[in-house]
Design a protein around this ligand. Structure first.
Ligand code: MIC
Ligand code: SF4
Length: 743
């Protein structure tokens, strides 16, 4: 690393940020020879590791099986966490998941075993927490098939969320391509204290940057506020950087990381890091004059920072707790809080749990009664085991809490809160310490308003049962009719008696997996082997129809919903039945109700699209800003591709989704003139007039023919380089890999 960083510094000709050090020391070419333009140049990187979770690993591994390799080229792990539904509590829920999803878990375990991949079984924990505890290391670069892979920035990594096809590149021993990111520096002055937590830093950043302000950029945090914070607190901040669209976030190596590495049994890593500590943070000049080195600099004073709640329906709508009463009144948000949920990959560190438990303890000590329901999802078995040993689970049980399995559960709609009637659930408020709060995200109920806050604030609010409860100023009436005040939360950065665990849940792969057989039943409804995509011809890009013009926010949850649909993540044709059913049709403001131009009738999006497919007609999807925001799930690209959508034309894209569309051989285009979006009508037909000249940097023109015969010529931009155009021409990136490996 030292050699590469020194060379990069010499080439760049000035002091380097941490982000640049990590990027330049992970070039595919090895020792740097060129200076890259931020936000412009595509660069080939060589990440150190890959991590996949069960819901995305199925597609990633189904693709990897086509790559023609006997083993993965870099250390890779698979984590079973998304497919576990939260209903009753950890033990029963895990048992049920093992029954209902055993086919998928068995598939993942056998593929892992065959190709040399480490396997973390159901119940072991949530991917990002397990990675932080076991694999993340300062100065490293990893990719993961989940947008919150960025969590590992808490240990000074550059960790990036990608679609499965990107992971396949790295697992197959090839370069991984990324546009060299821009750099945002966030200086944290002052210190956190009292009720304010690391979560509030990122809630504030989301307020400043909005859900798309970080797109194409790495956020690098520094300053005394950064070094005085715990390593897991840094993880929380990096984790939720996904919610501002950032490519990733990271922190320079410091004593908190040394402490965390030692506590998680990695003294050797800490010692190695200490030897090259200067290389694991920015050069001193950078943090002294950040304006000279970052593309944008933001300063946040932690001493003045108030606890915040963000929501509902978007993670960037930020309200300081002192203003919540007013905001709730103005927006008519229900004040009664039904459930408070803590945990998830974002906030389930020992520190988080111990601070929340210090509040739960006061319920008993001060003879209070918890007004809302309360749940905990620990991030890993190691955390769960340790907090149980240290009495925190008991403290939570005393206030009537439910402890869910160490899994995603309520964070990804795997929360069986309403049985079959979620779609018509009542209007209600919940608060949680997760990261996303899009409609239906937690419980499938479109009428649930979810607010995101720190675990300590969520716990206090659950105790009070009111959204506008400000624990800094407000009092509560206890069971004896006395007025009492909650003391500030207190906790431990790390367990005073160390972490402990009986069975962490790891299964190492066979040394020689060549004889392991991977079975996929032909009649399975959960798994389906993949067929290569057929290239989209120039001819088929004529006479195309509009499938849907999506109105407003269209996240990956709108394009390929999670919750109950997670069960089909390994079966492309079955999961395609949810394609875009959450997107709002701009012409009638309804979901899953679009016009079939061939019959004039209205129907669901997947059915309508299948009708076009039968007739061999390609279609186009039109959308707004930040299209595909949220998850890394490549299903949001593969499903439309499978059903015959050829192009997606929007005002702007979220990074991962744009790449996913390219990888699957589709056209991802943006309006040159945003207002042209208004020209698109329900009965339009589209002709790509210059697709034969598809080339980097050259806009593509689409002739839009309206119902009355009038026409508009629309200019569209794209970011395809030559390699990516080859993916389009060959039908997908995987087709290109296959061809290369066969040659
Ligand atoms: C999420 O938080 O939205 C998920 C579920 O973890 C996704 C991955 C998925 O859709 O499987 C993500 O963030 O990438
Ligand atoms: Fe799981 Fe939620 Fe974390 Fe995604 S954000 S990995 S769904 S806990």
């Amino acid at each position: 690393m030292a050699k590469r960083v020194d060379k990069a510094r010499e080439l760049v000709g000035k002091p380097l940020t941490l982000s640049e050090k990590i990027l330049y020391s992970h070039l595919w070419e090895g020792i740097p020879t060129t200076v890259f333009n931020r936000g412009k140049d595509y660069v080939d990187f060589a990440p150190d590791r890959v991590a996949c979770q069960d819901a995305t690993a199925q597609m990633a591994l189904l693709q990897f099986m086509h790559a023609g390799k006997p083993k993965v080229a870099v250390p890779t792990t698979v984590h079973c966490d998304h497919l576990i539904q939260a209903k009753v509590g950890a033990v029963a829920d895990l048992k049920r998941a093992n029954q209902t999803s055993n086919e998928v878990f068995d598939f993942l375990e056998s593929v892992s075993n065959k190709y040399g991949i480490g396997f973390w079984k159901p119940g072991a924990g949530i991917i990002h927490q397990v990675v932080l505890e076991n694999y993340a290391f300062p100065g490293g670069m990893m990719i993961g098939t989940d947008s919150h892979t960025v969590n590992a920035g808490g240990l000074g990594m550059v960790a990036i969320g990608v679609g499965g096809a990107d992971a396949v590149d790295v697992m197959a021993g090839m370069a991984w391509e990324l546009k060299f990111p821009k750099l945002i520096g966030i200086k944290l002055t002052g210190r956190l204290s009292g009720w304010t937590a690391p979560k509030d830093v990122i809630l504030k950043v989301a307020d400043i940057l909005t859900v798309k302000g970080g797109t194409g950029a790495i956020i690098e945090y520094f300053g005394e506020g950064a070094t005085s914070m715990s390593c897991t607190g840094k993880g929380t901040i990096c984790n939720m950087g996904a919610e501002v669209g950032a490519t990733t976030s990271t922190f320079g190596y410091d004593a908190s990381m040394d402490r965390y590495l030692r506590a998680t049994d990695r003294k050797d890593v800490a010692e190695a890091a200490n030897k090259v500590a200067d290389y694991l943070t920015a050069d001193p000049e950078v943090y002294e004059n950040p304006e000279k080195y970052f593309d944008q600099v933001i300063e946040i004073n932690l001493t003045e920072l108030e606890p915040h709640l963000n929501g509902p329906f978007t993670p960037d709508l930020s309200t300081p707790i002192s203003k919540m009463g007013e905001a709730a009144k103005a927006n008519d948000w229900p004040l009664n809080v039904e459930v408070g949920l803590i945990g998830s990959c974002t906030n389930s560190s020992y520190e988080d749990i111990s601070r929340a438990a210090s509040l739960a303890k006061q319920v008993t000590d001060k003879n209070l009664k918890t007004k809302s329901k309360f749940t905990i999802t620990p991030g890993s078995e190691q955390v769960r085991y340790t907090i149980e040993r240290d009495g925190f689970i008991k403290t939570f049980n005393n206030i009537g809490a439910t402890v869910f399995a160490n899994a995603c559960g309520p964070c990804i709609g795997m929360w069986d809160r309403y049985g079959d009637s979620a779609a018509k659930g009542p209007r209600n408020t919940i608060v949680h310490s997760f990261n996303r709060n899009f409609a239906k995200r937690a419980d499938g109920n479109p009428n649930t308003l979810a607010f995101v806050g720190s675990p300590e604030l969520v716990t206090a609010i659950a105790i009070a049962g009111r959204l506008d409860f400000n624990p800094i100023t407000d009092t509560l009436i206890n069971e004896d009719g006395q007025e009492v005040k909650l003391d500030e939360p207190r906790g431990y950065e790390l367990p005073p008696e160390g972490f402990a665990v009986e069975d962490a849940g790891f299964i190492a792969p066979d040394k020689d997996g060549s004889r392991v057989e991977v079975k996929v039943a032909t009649d399975s409804e959960r798994l389906q082997l993949l067929e290569p995509f057929v290239p989209i011809s120039n001819a088929s890009l004529q006479g195309m129809k509009l499938l849907i013009k999506a109105f407003g926010k269209c996240t990956t949850d709108h394009i390929s919903m999670a919750g109950p649909w997670l069960r089909y993540r390994g079966h492309l044709d079955n999961i395609a039945n949810n394609t875009l059913i959450g997107a709002v049709n701009a012409f009638n403001k309804k979901t899953n109700f679009v016009k079939n131009q061939l019959t004039g009738e209205y129907g669901g999006v997947p059915d309508t699209q299948r009708a076009y497919k039968t007739k061999g007609i390609k279609t186009i999807v039109v959308g707004d800003h930040n299209y595909g925001e949220g998850s890394s799930r490549e299903h949001a690209a593969m499903q439309p591709r499978h059903l015959g959508v050829a192009a997606v034309l929007v005002k702007s894209f979220a990074r991962i989704h744009e790449t996913n569309l390219k990888k699957q051989g589709m056209l991802a285009l943006t309006f040159s003139k945003e207002s042209d979006n208004d020209l698109i009508q329900e009965d339009d037909t589209f002709n790509f007039v210059d697709i034969q000249d598809f080339a980097p940097g050259k806009p593509l023109t689409i002739e839009v023919v309206h119902k009355d015969g009038s026409k508009d010529m629309i200019k569209t931009n794209h970011t395809y380089n030559l390699q990516q155009i080859a993916w389009f021409r060959e039908g997908s990136a995987l087709n290109v890999i296959k061809k290369e490996n066969a040659a």
